[in-house]
Design a protein around this ligand. Structure first.
Ligand code: PLP
Length: 407
């Protein structure tokens, strides 16, 4: 058995209740105890293997959690009803009133809004910095910093965290290093390079069928137990519980993640290279022109590739919108947020998934209003797709020249 996470997922052997090749789905919110004593012991956390109530955990959620722990090479994992459920529970589990967080300034807009607008109500402050700049992180750390928070591949600017360097800063300051790995499952395992907690929105590549919302935290057994503690655990007490039926269907989709990630990566690499060669402003970690190309290459499982997300900066919002509408019209994908679908999804980040970030701050971080984020699909023949995309873009550009519309 190799250490490759794809092999780890493949090697899992779960039997259903009646010998089925898939584990049975647990269809109960509550569980019986043979004795009253075993019930009270379970509530005190002393009885291994007993289920008490499905908000705490359920067999189906445990199957999915153990597969995700294998994928991320962590001791344990637990699943949530959404990625935001995983993020908010983790942050509140780690930080108390009076604590401080240093976070990447290019993160998912919902996470940014939670850190910026909600946490101050609980006396927790966040300093946002460029996470590709370790000096900036060091400068922002204060004596009360409890957490360094960033995304492996940041949303939407695709900045890459240098895990080893950032984890060193965290260790030196007794802070927890929390990484959102939603954009890059299987590409690398941040826990191998010093991340204490690895978070996923399962809604994206891991589930891959854009039919459900879910999240996960992969971490030490101690941290996962803390999250589930009946008295103080935020997974238990905030109640962001994933339904067993959804957990079972995500587990089935997880099994095809390695081949899906390879295809997403191959397709994105091809499109990024072609559009860059045509002179478009493309950002993709697999391009040599990407500022952190060498850093990500050090951490990567090369057979998985550089992932399915690329951006093209069309400079103005009007032009970006016209191109996206044309692409949808030509059946080249959907004008929709989210990632990891079999069809390409595209959105202008500044007015969608990063709209929580003020225009001024967007400008400061280099997020242009015309930046389009593409989650490249599983297109069977990407060369044909490229020709069609190029034609759709050129159609809009030609229209622009012949009309009075100013892009
Ligand atoms: N993390 C990242 C990087 C995301 O892009 C998103 C959603 O877009 C989330 C977290 C939140 O996940 P969810 O929508 O499953 O709550």
């Amino acid at each position: 058995m190799s250490n490759h996470p794809a092999e780890q997922i493949q090697d899992l052997q779960f039997f259903g209740e009646y010998g089925g090749v898939n584990p049975s789905i647990s269809d109960s919110s509550t569980y019986t105890f043979m004795t009253a004593k075993s019930m009270s012991d379970t509530f005190e956390g002393n009885t291994d293997g007993c289920f008490l109530y499905s908000r705490h955990t359920s067999p189906s959620n445990l199957y999915l959690s153990s597969a995700l722990a294998k994928m991320e090479n962590t001791e344990d994992a637990t699943v949530f009803a959404s990625g935001m459920g995983a993020i908010t529970s983790t942050v509140l589990q780690i930080c108390q009133q009076g604590d401080h967080i240093v976070a990447s300034r290019t993160i998912y807009g919902g996470t940014y809004a939670f850190l910026k607008n909600v946490l101050p109500k609980f006396g927790i402050e966040t300093t946002f910095v460029d996470f590709t700049n370790c000096e900036a992180i060091k400068k922002a750390v204060a004596p009360n910093t409890k957490m360094l928070y960033g995304e492996s591949v940041s949303n939407p600017l695709l900045g890459i965290i240098d895990f080893k360097a950032v984890s060193e800063i965290a260790q030196q300051n007794q802070a927890q290093f929390v990484v959102d790995n939603t954009f890059s499952p299987l590409m690398f395992q941040p826990a191998n390079f010093g991340a204490d907690v690895v978070i996923h929105s399962l809604t994206k590549f891991i589930n891959g069928s854009s039919d459900t919302v879910a999240g996960a935290v992969c971490a030490s057994s101690e941290f996962v137990e803390n999250l589930k503690d009946v008295n103080t655990g935020l997974a238990m007490l905030l109640g962001q519980t994933l339904d067993s039926w959804r957990a079972a269907s995500i587990l089935k989709n997880l099994r095809t993640l390695p081949i899906r990630m390879q295809k997403h990566s191959q397709n994105a690499q091809y499109l990024a290279e072609q559009f860059e060669a045509l002179g478009y402003k493309v950002s993709y970690p697999g391009l040599k022109s990407h500022p952190q190309h060498n850093i990500i290459s050090n951490y990567l499982f090369p057979d998985i590739g550089y992932g399915g997300i690329m951006t093209i900066d069309f400079e103005t919002l009007e032009k970006a919108n016209a191109i996206m509408e044309m692409m949808q019209h030509q059946n080249l994908g959907y004008l929709a947020v989210s990632l990891g679908f079999y069809k390409t999804l595209f959105s202008a980040s500044g007015t969608s998934t990063s709209s929580e970030i003020s225009e001024e701050e967007q400008q400061e971080m280099g997020l242009s209003e015309g930046l389009v984020r593409f989650s490249i699909g599983l297109d069977y023949d990407i060369k044909v797709t490229f020709k069609q995309m190029k034609k759709a873009i050129e159609l809009v550009e030609r229209d622009k020249q012949s009309s009075s519309v100013k892009f």
